[in-house]
Design a protein around this ligand. Structure first.
Ligand code: GLN
Length: 451
């Protein structure tokens, strides 16, 4: 049914870059055979899922939305894909994304943007816009994303779906093509908190293949989503995330959600996190620094694309020509900014300073979580903007992640849950919930309560 739905609507939505029809049907049949044999099946066995094209899946093309990986088929499964397979989840195919997860609209994809099913002239968010659009368009009930600065939560917000960025290290990065290794976090996308929690439980947990994986039990997310009860919970509204520059309709729905949480028995207070205002510039130094180092592996020798390979050019010329042809403008911009921030003489002034501010932001969270159980804000300052509106203005594009970036810098759990449609334009608004490291269950408690 989902493959039929994709065939019907994906020429308009463009959520998918690649469909694995054969693999999906085989996986579904295997689950069916197990069911008939009376085997015990997990709660998501047989449920279809759309996979962001940044996760490796054996012998299935993985492009990360980039020309430079065109034609590359990974020889192995990411830990996430192995766990999905084990749970009997049926992977339908790979979803569109901004190139190497750099962006907030999918317009940086080398293969054309995805469209927001609420209004096809608008962005579905990014970088994981293909995943969120696939859920919104009923092409898949579940999807996976990765969140480095907001790429699960912002797309969820603008498409009226649920997107969770687990605690950094709570989900494995093994087989996730790296953007910024100290920030990248795989996580679930779904239509409600419980579906997201069920998927969270499948993919989370210690992985010896990832050196930053946390060796602790997975927080009780399913139980929390089912309970959906905020009685007695202390909730902090972040003073610095709101006001000027926020769309009035977004602010209105956010305030109403806070009132609802208070009516449901939570204790709501205002909390100040003074260093959050520096999160965006901090991120835009640390992230490109890591990007410039991670993307160095795409040299035209090892993966995918190779141009100028006619026997008359040196290895360096082939490398340069491949990168020139293979990387898009945003990838090039970030590689250059990152290389600059890391160069001798500038390292201390830029990268070193940014790391110090990162620590101050983490301390703001620590102090806040001494007073409250979770923090809340809008997920993103506006609803879905028009395709093309921000493509020539990188700074305007970067601002979409104003509220989501602090959690990436500090590594704590956070999520976006739908909280109604903006009265300005009738488009979805997201409630952003932030919880301490390894307290992912708390975001699900709030999500389960507001939906
Ligand atoms: N939009 C942010 C960026 O462009 C976040 C991306 C992400 O989380 N992968 O970097």
């Amino acid at each position: 049914a989902h493959l039929d739905r994709i065939a019907k609507v994906d020429d308009k939505v463009h959520a998918f870059l690649h469909l694995d029809t054969e693999g999906a049907l085989a996986a579904a049949k295997a689950v069916d055979a197990k069911r008939q044999a009376g085997d015990e099946l997990g709660p998501l066995a047989g449920v279809p899922l759309a996979l962001k094209d940044v996760f490796t899946m054996k012998n299935v093309p993985t492009t990360c939305g980039s020309r430079i990986l065109e034609g590359w088929k990974p020889p192995y499964d990411s830990t996430t894909v192995s766990r999905l397979r084990k749970a009997g989840i049926v992977i339908l195919g790979k979803t569109n994304m901004d190139e190497f997860a750099m962006g907030s609209s999918t317009e940086n994809s080398a293969f054309g943007p995805s469209h927001n099913p609420w209004d096809l002239d608008r962005i579905p968010g990014g970088s994981g816009g293909g995943s969120s659009a696939s859920i919104t368009a009923y092409e898949a009930p579940l999807a996976l994303g990765t969140d480095t600065g907001g790429s699960i939560r912002q797309p969820a917000s603008v498409t009226g779906t649920v997107g969770v960025k687990p605690t950094y290290g709570g989900t494995s990065r093994y087989g996730v093509v790296a953007m910024a290794s100290s920030l990248d976090t795989p996580g679930p996308c779904a239509r409600n908190a419980l579906d997201a929690a069920l998927l969270h439980e499948v993919i989370a947990g210690h992985d010896p293949m990832d050196s930053t994986s946390i060796d602790q039990p997975v927080p009780p997310v399913v139980e929390a989503a089912r309970r959906g009860d905020v009685r007695g919970m202390r909730i902090g509204v972040v003073k610095e995330l709101g006001g000027e520059g926020y769309q009035p309709g977004v602010e209105q729905r956010f305030r109403e959600s806070v009132e609802l949480l208070s009516e449901l028995g939570a204790d709501v207070v205002e909390v100040s996190c003074p260093h959050f205002v520096h999160a965006l510039p901090t991120y835009y130094l640390i992230m490109p620094a890591e990007v410039s180092s991670n993307l160095a592996r795409f040299d035209g020798m090892r993966y995918g694309l190779r141009t100028a390979d006619d026997g008359t050019h040196s290895a360096e010329e082939v490398m340069n020509a491949t990168r020139e042809a293979g990387f898009g403008a945003e990838a090039k911009r970030r590689i250059m900014i990152g290389a600059y921030a890391l160069s001798s003489g500038y390292y201390d002034a830029y990268y070193g300073q940014a790391q110090k501010v990162r620590t101050l932001i983490a301390r703001d969270f620590d102090r806040a979580f001494e007073q409250v159980d979770v923090l809340v804000s809008p997920t993103t300052p506006t609803t879905a903007f028009k395709l093309g509106e921000r493509v020539d203005d990188p700074l305007a594009m970067y601002k979409a992640d104003l509220c989501t970036i602090p959690s990436n810098l500090a590594g704590n759990a956070s999520a976006s849950f739908p909280c109604g449609l903006s009265p300005d334009d009738g488009l979805p608004v997201g409630l952003h919930v932030m919880a301490p490291v390894m307290a992912d269950d708390r975001v699900y408690r709030v999500g389960g309560a507001v939906e």
